[in-house]
Design a protein around this ligand. Structure first.
Ligand SMILES: Cc1cc2nc3c(=O)[nH]c(=O)nc-3n(C[C@H](O)[C@H](O)[C@H](O)COP(=O)(O)OP(=O)(O)OC[C@H]3O[C@@H](n4cnc5c(N)ncnc54)[C@H](O)[C@@H]3O)c2cc1C
Length: 598
């Protein structure tokens, strides 16, 4: 009888072999002090014995990588900490059959470790971008060690500042040939660690590619380089009565390239749609250095919507080098209403009421009392001091806006609004928005440290979820300020803490994660607009089942089989393109004779 593939595997299990893996003393395998364990792998026993014999929990990805059946031979708590890069993919060192832990130590640099960015490679980069386009001094590199999420910091090997698509191609070709991972960076305002460098990699900053290349009013589009600042697009087209709709609160500093990578939103995305609705086409340098054009200047090109795939991919599929954006005609009339409620539950009910009445306001934003206090202290926006403030903006033909504004007023009153006012002048309206857009930063005035959380819930769940957040906050003794895009159900709970008080940072992190779980339980999502990045990758497996993640990996690998473009982000654990589902394909480390799979 012919042997099946499983039979062959089973037979091979009779031969023990050893490998070294990271383990930790935390149940999820990601504790603060990971250490190495030597595994002797054989037979059909599964993971429980590892725990029994050593108290070690293996990192979950080990299971997936090797599908190991293992018994521990020993561990090496202290040495291994020096040896194993904790934040780097793939974190698992394969060793040859029979290799002991001490021999494995001497094999450092073999297997999956990548090429170091040495003088030769730097020289190649210099030839592409010139001296002024290459940063290597430690002091200057530190500028790039984090993005807006400052609790993750990694100093890159080098930073490159290209001025053209050709230069980006030149850099990426070197990276591809030498297996150097790279991370694109716009303005570094991301709040999920997306632009966090990779330790053995380089950062490619798009800051110098900041030209608006084309403005076509007849077709309502603009073509920009990725480093163009969001607000500049509106600034350039406003004299002709147009604007660029996606308006993140960071719009005065964030780049269009970053917006594309994060599929950024903003207050006015409720009516006008997120970044993805406004990207018609992209020129992209793929991770092998080749150039691709996704989408074009017209809507609905036949074939797969690959620009849709690229938007929101967080820098993992390549680097956007030119972006064609839709611009929108400015409406005749814009009116902004402020309604003061006693609680976020009342304000949440008003949001549902407005949408249920069949209206689609340009924006519906909510701030709770803590956020109002912070914004007032920073901007003096003249907000009423109340439990929750709703900002509702309507735009369109004047007659329509006036009728709908009366309806909004009525719904707010029915839901318990006390003070209601409509901004009477453009200056007043601008001030209202200034307060709202400054709210994240303003929270620094009322708390030394805070976590900006980003989750989504169905709009109808707003009152229930807001009540539960308040309960969790009281239970944890950690304050939470809420300022968010209520119309989209996109929450931004700001979890306030003081790092100097022992245990508060941890309690804040626990609470922030619990809020995300609450979003999932309510049928929502772990991010509305800030992305997964480094921060939320471990939440991905709470949000998605394994086959979903597998499918996403296949898409990623179609663009970036070597996983050089922003590796280690988004996915819950480092994974390798060699482990594609379906027909077995040997992994490069197996082909190199470094490891065996069975
Ligand atoms: C005060 C404040 C308020 C904010 N408000 C909002 C808000 O209202 N809505 C919102 O959505 N976000 C908001 N953000 C988050 C942030 O501004 C957005 O995510 C923004 O799009 C990031 O742009 P950036 O240029 O700073 O990108 P970076 O932070 O530099 O990069 C973000 C990601 O994009 C990738 N990337 C950058 N450029 C490219 C490129 N050309 N090609 C491929 N990948 C690329 C990076 O690798 C990284 O993964 C806010 C941030 C702050 C600090």
């Amino acid at each position: 009888m012919p042997q099946t593939r499983n039979d062959q595997r089973r037979n091979r299990l009779t031969q023990p072999w050893t490998a070294v893996a990271i383990a930790s003393n935390q149940p999820n395998g990601f504790g603060p002090k990971p250490y190495a364990v030597e595994l002797q792998i054989f037979g059909s026993q599964i993971f429980d014995p590892i725990k029994k014999e050593t108290g070690a929990h293996l990192l979950p990805f080990l299971f997936h990588l090797c599908r190991v059946n293992a018994v521990i031979a020993g561990n090496a708590e202290t040495d291994a900490q020096e040896r194993i890069p904790t934040e780097n993919a793939p974190g698992l060192t394969f060793v040859r059959r029979g290799t002991t832990l001490s021999r494995a130590r001497s094999q450092e640099g073999s297997g999956l470790n990548r090429t170091l960015v040495d003088a030769r490679i730097l020289q190649e980069f210099r030839a592409v971008v010139g001296d002024s386009g290459l940063i290597t001094s430690q002091e200057e590199l530190k500028t790039y060690e984090c993005d807006g999420l400052t609790n993750f910091r990694v100093v890159p090997q080098a930073v490159l500042l290209p001025r053209s698509t050709e230069q980006i191609q030149g850099i990426v070709r070197v990276c591809h040939r030498e297996r150097v991972p790279f991370v694109a960076r716009g303005s570094g305002t991301g709040l999920s660690g997306g632009a966090l460098p990779v330790k053995d990699g380089v950062v490619i900053s798009l800051a110098r590619m900041n030209r608006i290349l084309e403005i076509d009013f007849a077709n309502a589009l603009v073509v920009v380089e990725p480093g163009v600042i969001n607000q500049e697009v509106t600034g350039r087209v406003a004299p002709q009565g147009f604007f660029y709709a996606p308006d993140p609160s960071s719009q005065s500093i964030c780049s269009i390239g970053g917006n594309v990578a994060e599929n950024s939103g903003g207050a006015h995305c409720l009516k006008y749609g997120f970044t993805t609705t406004h990207v018609l086409g992209l020129e992209v340098v793929l991770p092998d250095g080749s150039l691709a054009h996704l989408g074009n200047k017209t809507l609905d090109a036949p074939g797969y919507d690959l620009s849709g795939v690229f938007v929101g991919s967080e820098g993992t599929l390549g680097i956007a080098t030119k972006i064609t954006l839709r611009i929108v005609k400015r409406p005749d009339c814009i009116q902004t209403l402020l309604a003061a409620f006693n609680s976020t539950s009342e304000a949440g009910a008003a949001v549902s009421g407005i949408i249920a009445a069949g209206m689609l306001p340009a924006a519906i934003e909510m701030m709770d009392n803590l956020a109002i206090q912070a914004a007032e202290a920073a901007v003096h926006a003249n907000y009423p001091n109340c439990g929750a403030l709703l900002l509702v903006e309507l735009d369109g033909p004047t007659a329509e806006v006036e009728v709908l504004m009366c309806q909004v007023d009525e719904i707010c009153r029915k839901c318990g609004a006390g003070e209601i006012r409509v901004a009477q002048t453009e200056a007043e309206r601008v001030l209202v928005w200034k307060g709202r857009k400054a709210a994240f930063a303003a929270v620094g005035r009322i708390s030394p440290n805070y976590i900006v959380q980003d989750g989504v819930i169905p709009r109808t769940a707003l009152p229930r979820v807001m009540t539960e957040i308040a309960r969790l906050s009281a239970e944890a003794g950690i304050r939470v300020a809420n300022v968010f895009h209520a119309g989209d159900g996109n929450l931004h709970p700001l979890v306030l803490y003081d790092r100097r008080i022992e245990g508060q940072e941890h309690a804040a992190e626990v609470l922030a994660n619990r809020i995300l779980e609450l979003c999932i339980e309510a049928g929502g999502s772990i991010t509305g607009e800030h992305g997964v990045g480094e921060e939320k990758k471990m939440m991905m497996s709470k949000m998605y089942a394994e086959p979903d993640l597998e499918t996403m990996q296949r898409v990623r690998c179609a663009f970036d089989p070597e996983q050089l473009s922003n590796p280690t982000k988004v996915f819950p654990r480092p994974r390798l393109c060699g482990e594609q589902p379906g027909e077995y394909q040997p992994h490069p480390v197996e082909l190199a004779g470094i490891a065996e799979r069975f």
